[in-house]
Design a binder for this molecule. Structure first.
Ligand code: ATP
Ligand code: MG
Length: 736
């Protein structure tokens, strides 16, 4: 069979990587150089040139979405879906192994996966149970500690003993936490990997089976694997398999979660005869965007070192916009989006990126006002929403009434007369008897140990859940019908109808969306390791939470954090909130190496853009309820200034970029003052280039303005305080 078509749309280096012999290889290359493309083509090549069955391949991608995309692209390339191939995230694949071999892994058959909320709730529950002071050991920090240990592959028993009481307490809590998880059949995300790794180590026959099965393993975004993920990969590949890893050290952005760049350096030591291939031609972005990215990342030391280039032309310079606050920033972004839309660009080709989730709210409000559909990756995720989590908790109880986490969540939602006192009693009985809360509830109902009213309320709840459980075993009901029933029996719709305004309405819409998500859920033959479609659906909901959205197919503006933008590309990209303390984040100043990681994150952001990049910042910002004045991010300064063009405000005169650079450094040189002089702010006594004095900020130079008369705003570059926008009528500026 002629397989050369697979190599057609590749450059020489890419071809070398794709058509390499069946060996260990490492593709090290910058953003947009075709790493993911190489992986896809390599899979197709292995299937066709080497006639490997898809069954003998495993591909690890960074998100479930990327996994689906990869399958789609392979199908496109070779005309057949790669049936039997294992493709997914580390978590997804580990989970699959555990479902298939739950007994060998020492798990309960219907084990449940906890997301970070569930996890935190469990930690709190344990702390209450053992009367542990949550001011000394804040629950969030405890969860963080446990996750960190798991990322390093350590169980509580492996955590070194310590004399310092704080560490001792942490270790103790980790023990209790492990016990509680064990007892309740609960697995957090880190546990999936840890357990899958142990499963392989403790079951040689099983390990041998998988090592023989997976002839070749492929890993995307390799720079972000942590210790346990890497250990698991090494075990799965063993001595008989081979591996292709692709990655970019400049895009390593999960150090804070235990990812190790060192894995790239160690790769050649741990695997035999590794062929290393570098790609430097970029096919994604314009020359200007690449120049900006290259210039920025040069400020990091200890890089493996590579420079991206393109032959697709320079393109537009990067536009920089200074909003006077976050509202103005959002307004500006919307203006540009509408312009691009009117010029025929699809909304899905536009992405707004930000450093932290909380920044999305203002932009979202603006989008809603303008009635522009949008989609958020991460953040307020569909499966993370309160009403959805409640409905899912009912479903979990229907599957397994002994799921205490689910029980605590919904026993009195909607309110059905089961108060904190009753719940406390249930907890107590469960603890004393070593049983689940469900069993405790049954006990109460049977033995009348509570006042009739409370006891009846509990009985009523037990009956509701029993009824839901029955729907699961009716063969004629689809998953959508089951959810419809669950939502109705739980009384969730009337509950949210009582909520005022749009919020309740939105929640009801989401619940309806859940029914349709369940109806549309396909349970493929590949999923034989799940005991029922409901189990598969519930797990999928947790694993997919970061990615799945109700409105996946509607054309909509894409909003996401920089972390979730990895691997993606969009013609138009907004990098927002590029301010000191926000990006780089304040936290990154405290720990060594974190600032470099922030810079890599910025590099990831810039290199998402194909045609046009906007960088925006706000001179004042209200976030988390307080107002701050941050100066523009150092990252802006680190981008070669010739790639940047400042956006002019509506009534503004040109501000030469060269001058702007001096601005950042806080001093304006004489020659620049003369450029400015002469433009008077209409109907005022202030002119550009005037030196002015502010009662609080001191002396500075007027460098920009907007509007006219007393309501005009001027931008002043203060000698000691940096630049600020001020409304003339409030600012009490004295012209010197
Ligand atoms: P990232 O580091 O951001 O994950 P990447 O290295 O994985 O990037 P890809 O996403 O594989 O890069 O490729 C970037 C873009 O360039 C894609 O749109 C891809 O289709 C295109 N591309 C890559 N190689 C070629 C090629 N040889 N010819 C044409 N287009 C290409
Ligand atoms: Mg990629």
């Amino acid at each position: 069979m002629d397989v050369s078509f697979i190599l057609d749309a590749l450059n020489d280096k890419q071809r070398e990587a794709v058509a390499a012999p069946l060996q260990n290889s490492l593709v090290l290359a910058g953003a947009g150089s075709g790493k993911t493309r190489v992986l896809v083509h390599r899979i197709a090549w292995l299937m066709h040139a080497y006639e490997l069955s898809p069954y003998s391949l495993m591909a690890v991608t960074f998100t479930n979405k990327a996994a689906r995309e990869m399958q789609g692209r392979i199908e496109q390339l070779v005309g057949l879906p790669p049936q039997g191939m294992w493709v997914g995230t580390f978590h997804g694949l580990a989970h699959r192994l555990l479902r298939a071999h739950w007994r060998d892994a020492g798990l309960k058959e219907n084990f449940q996966i906890m997301d970070s909320d569930d996890q935190l709730r469990l930690v709190k529950r344990i702390m209450r149970e053992f009367n542990i002071d949550d001011t000394r050991w804040p629950p969030k920090q405890v969860a963080w500690f446990i996750n960190g240990q798991k990322d390093e592959g350590r169980r509580a028993a492996h955590v070194p003993d310590s004399h310092d009481p704080f560490s001792k307490g942490m270790r103790e809590l980790y023990y209790h936490y492990e016990e509680a998880c064990e007892r309740n059949g609960l697995l957090d995300f880190g546990e999936l990997l840890l357990r899958a790794h142990e499963l392989m180590l403790t079951n040689p026959a099983l390990l041998k089976h998988y090592q023989q099965r997976f002839v070749h393993v492929l890993v995307d975004e390799f720079q972000d694997t942590n210790t346990i993920q890497y250990a698991w990969l090494r075990v799965m590949v063993g001595d008989t398999g081979t591996i292709t890893a692709v990655g970019d050290d400049d895009q390593s952005i999960y150090g804070w979660r235990g990812a190790k760049i060192e894995n790239i350096q160690n790769f050649s030591k741990h695997f035999n005869d590794v062929a290393t291939i570098r790609l430097e031609q970029n096919y994604r972005s314009t020359g200007q965007i690449l120049k900006a990215a290259n210039g920025l990342i040069q400020n990091n030391d200890d890089r493996l070192g590579k420079e991206l280039w393109t032959d697709s032309g320079d393109g537009d310079p990067i536009s920089l916009y200074a909003g006077f606050n976050e509202q103005d920033e959002a307004r500006f972004i919307l203006e540009i989006i509408k312009k691009w839309r009117d010029d025929g660009t699809a909304l899905k080709d536009m992405a707004i990126l930000y450093r932290s989730n909380a920044q999305s709210r203002v932009i979202e409000e603006c989008l809603v006002r303008e009635q522009l559909p949008y989609r958020i990756y991460g953040g307020h995720r569909f499966y993370d929403r309160l009403e959805i989590k409640n409905a899912l908790a009912y479903a979990r109880l229907a599957v397994d009434p002994n799921d205490d986490g689910a029980m605590e969540r919904v026993i009195n939602v909607p309110p059905r007369g089961i108060g904190e006192r009753s719940i406390g009693t249930l907890r107590e009985i469960a603890r004393d008897q070593g049983c689940s809360m469900w069993q405790a509830a049954e006990h109460i109902v049977q033995h009348g140990v509570m006042p009739a009213r409370a006891s009846n309320a509990i009985k009523n709840f037990l009956q509701i859940i029993d009824g839901m459980g029955n729907t699961l075993i009716q063969p004629d009901l689809g998953l959508g019908d089951v959810f419809e029933h669950i939502i109705q029996e739980a009384g969730l719709i009337p509950h949210h109808e009582k909520e005022k305004g749009e919020k309740g309405e939105a929640r009801i819409e989401n619940l309806k969306e859940l029914v349709s998500a369940a109806s549309g859920f396909s349970w493929s033959e590949d999923d034989e390791e799940f005991s029922s479609p409901m189990m598969a659906f519930l797990d999928q909901a947790v694993l997919d939470a970061g990615e799945a959205q109700a409105d996946e197919y509607q054309d909509s503006v894409q909003l996401m954090t920089l972390h979730s933008a990895k691997g993606l590309e969009f013609p138009l990209v907004f990098l927002t909130g590029v301010e000191e303390n926000l990006f780089p984040s304040k936290m990154s100043f405290e720990e060594p190496g974190r600032l470099e990681e922030e810079r890599r994150l910025c590099y990831v952001g810039i290199t998402r853009a194909m045609e046009k990049l906007y960088i925006t910042y706000a001179e004042s910002r209200r976030l988390h309820g307080s107002e701050s004045f941050n100066s523009p991010s150092r990252f802006i300064r680190e981008i070669p200034q010739e790639c940047i063009e400042e956006v002019r405000l509506r009534s503004q005169v040109a501000r030469p970029v060269s001058m702007q650079r001096h601005n950042y450094q806080g001093t304006l040189q004489k020659q620049n003052q003369s450029i400015l002089h002469g433009y008077q702010v209409p109907e005022t006594n202030v002119s550009m280039g005037d030196r002015v004095k502010h009662p609080v900020f001191g002396e500075g130079l007027v460098i920009n303005y907007e509007g006219q008369g007393p309501q005009a705003r001027v931008q002043v570059n203060f000698d000691t305080e940096g630049t600020k926008w001020l409304v003339l009528s409030f600012a009490k500026l004295e012209v010197l």
